[in-house]
Design a protein around this ligand. Structure first.
Ligand SMILES: *[C@@H]1O[C@H](CO)[C@@H](O)[C@H](O)[C@H]1NC(C)=O
Ligand SMILES: *[C@@H]1O[C@H](CO)[C@@H](O)[C@H](O)[C@H]1NC(C)=O
Ligand SMILES: *[C@@H]1O[C@H](CO)[C@@H](O)[C@H](O)[C@H]1NC(C)=O
Ligand SMILES: *[C@@H]1O[C@H](CO)[C@@H](O)[C@H](O)[C@H]1NC(C)=O
Ligand SMILES: *[C@@H]1O[C@H](CO)[C@@H](O)[C@H](O)[C@H]1NC(C)=O
Ligand SMILES: *[C@@H]1O[C@H](CO)[C@@H](O)[C@H](O)[C@H]1NC(C)=O
Ligand SMILES: *[C@@H]1O[C@H](CO)[C@@H](O)[C@H](O)[C@H]1NC(C)=O
Ligand SMILES: *[C@@H]1O[C@H](CO)[C@@H](O)[C@H](O)[C@H]1NC(C)=O
Ligand SMILES: *[C@@H]1O[C@H](CO)[C@@H](O)[C@H](O)[C@H]1NC(C)=O
Ligand SMILES: *[C@@H]1O[C@H](CO)[C@@H](O)[C@H](O)[C@H]1NC(C)=O
Ligand SMILES: *[C@@H]1O[C@H](CO)[C@@H](O)[C@H](O)[C@H]1NC(C)=O
Length: 414
């Protein structure tokens, strides 16, 4: 019975995979523009604002990847006919209402990379929340000079590479050499990303890969590590809270050594005329790579801290695309923030390689579930199937022998 079930599942998955491999069908068609309808204003200022639209059968998912302020992403779900409108003169000044969709979106979600923390991990705990304020420096991602180093687009994959360098913050007079890189991907179907840790994405998600690459550290900090503070903004009741949890996976085929996925979901209590609306999620694996090769030997932990409610929404979103978009509705949003830090007790700190990463997915709806790999299915099938097969065949053999004995007894009795 069990064996039959596994066999059925096995063949089902084979069939599904065959189907995917044969038709390459994409669930959404991607189209994208850099600085749509901007022209000279953006060229002069070296601005990068990418609008990506992923058209499905019934709806369109829009993403805006923006670097005019703090790096941010806006995701909006609309009907297929909605367009994005940016009033560039006002937008570059950070004015509200300067960015809108031609139709009211069904749902919107946004994230902002608000701060990068450098902390001096004196006691080598790997935890930022044990370090006092004098051992923490705050860097503002908007104070990097952002350059677009690569952009490629097809109907099936969009890729944008940004490089922030020459950090210079006038307020606290901190400047740093070195880089921070952000790689964005837009997808059209369910697949694993080509970037390690090979996160599973769907047609409803984008991936963001952050690399802190030889960023100069504070000379008075001998044991520096980095952490990131991300702001999460969702439509929905501002009194509710997002949900954070970790899921264990059974196999590590795609990310060697990592058996966990962490995720934050917006609460499922957004109702529109009584109809439950889908929310958003972000998802990552608790691993940070310390070299560009990204193999299992050059990795360390990524640690996350509790979600915190952000009370002053205006202050939190200022200097980002989200402020330009949400405007008078800011108070009606659910706004939370979270810290993640890179590094683990005993890994010899950032200076060991001067390289650290964080890869995460931002998506709409429910996160896709990882399927069992062929290997695991085979192991399970053999593990349960083989003993079962042996039991059945010994059973049959014993039965057969008994019958033969009975038959010969009958013969003898005659
Ligand atoms: C714009 O970016 C290019 C490299 O992408 C750089 O050479 C140039 O100096 C930048 N211009 C300004 C005004 O920042
Ligand atoms: C599109 O909408 C129609 C009618 O509302 C529905 O029957 C269909 O299942 C939807 N298709 C997808 C892919 O959501
Ligand atoms: C490091 O540990 C010592 C002793 O355990 C403690 O007194 C000190 O406050 C710790 N320092 C930090 C920055 O956590
Ligand atoms: C899935 O991703 C891999 C690696 O990026 C790529 O080679 C492959 O063509 C993709 N498969 C589909 C069905 O798009
Ligand atoms: C993507 O979103 C659409 C609705 O916009 C939904 O019908 C579909 O099931 C979602 N796909 C996945 C893999 O979650
Ligand atoms: C280094 O850290 C100290 C103490 O937090 C701070 O006063 C100083 O400005 C920092 N220097 C740089 C270059 O970040
Ligand atoms: C949130 O809570 C406050 C105080 O408990 C209440 O006055 C307000 O109406 C609530 N807002 C929503 C949208 O439920
Ligand atoms: C929120 O922060 C802004 C500064 O960015 C300030 O002007 C405003 O008074 C604050 N609002 C509240 C309710 O604290
Ligand atoms: C702000 O709220 C109003 C009323 O709910 C809505 O019509 C408008 O589209 C919202 N604006 C944004 C940018 O979400
Ligand atoms: C992140 O860590 C810094 C330094 O410990 C702290 O000031 C800040 O409040 C934290 N933010 C969140 C969202 O936990
Ligand atoms: C990392 O940077 C620090 C300070 O700039 C330097 O002392 C150290 O040698 C660098 N490490 C590597 C592996 O390049």
């Amino acid at each position: 019975m069990l064996f039959k079930m596994f066999f059925c599942k096995l063949s089902c998955i084979f069939l599904i995979l065959l189907f995917i491999n044969v038709c390459h069908c994409s669930q959404r068609v991607l189209r994208s523009w850099i600085n749509p309808n901007c022209g000279e204003i953006c060229d002069k200022k070296n601005l990068t604002t990418v609008w990506l639209r992923a058209d499905g059968l019934n709806d369109t998912l829009h993403y805006v990847w923006d670097f005019s302020g703090s790096p941010s992403v806006l995701m909006a779900v609309t009907s297929r006919s909605a367009e994005l409108e940016i009033k560039w003169e006002e937008y570059v000044l950070g004015k509200s209402k300067s960015l809108r969709f031609t139709e009211t979106p069904h749902y919107t979600f946004g994230i902002v990379l608000r701060k990068i923390y450098e902390f001096n991990d004196i006691n080598d705990t790997g935890l930022i929340d044990t370090v006092d304020a004098s051992n923490i420096n705050i860097l503002h991602p908007r104070s990097f000079r952002w350059d677009r180093t690569f952009f490629s687009k097809t109907n099936e994959l969009v890729e944008l590479h940004m490089e922030g360098h020459d950090y210079n913050n006038a307020e606290d007079k901190i400047s740093r050499r070195g880089k921070i890189k952000l790689l964005f991907n837009g997808f059209c179907s369910l697949n694993h990303s080509h970037i390690t840790p090979h996160m599973l994405h769907s047609e409803n998600s984008t991936q963001i890969d952050l690399i802190i690459d030889h960023l100069q550290t504070n000379t008075s900090f001998l044991q520096s590590r980095f952490a990131i503070e991300v702001l999460l903004v969702s439509e929905g009741n501002s009194n509710s809270t997002m949900i954070i949890d970790g899921k264990k996976t059974l196999d590590d085929e795609h990310t060697p050594g990592i058996f966990e996925v962490d995720e934050i979901r917006t609460p499922n209590n957004n109702y529109d005329n009584g109809i439950q609306k889908m929310g958003a999620y972000i998802q990552w694996k608790p691993v940070s790579y310390t070299t560009a090769e990204r193999d299992v030997t050059s990795s360390t932990d990524l640690i996350h801290y509790p979600l915190i409610v952000s009370y002053n929404h205006t202050k939190a979103m200022k200097n980002s695309l989200l402020f330009a978009f949400y405007d008078e509705n800011v108070t009606q949003l659910l706004v939370q923030k979270i810290n993640v830090s890179m590094g683990l007790k005993g890994d010899r700190f950032y200076k060991k390689t001067n390289y650290t990463t964080w890869t995460f997915i931002v998506g709409y709806g429910t996160p896709p579930d990882e399927q069992f790999s062929y290997l695991v299915i085979m192991i399970i099938s053999i593990g349960i199937g083989l003993p079962l097969l042996i039991m059945i065949s010994t059973g049959l053999y014993l039965c057969a022998r008994r019958f033969r004995n009975q038959d010969s007894n009958v013969l003898l009795n005659r």
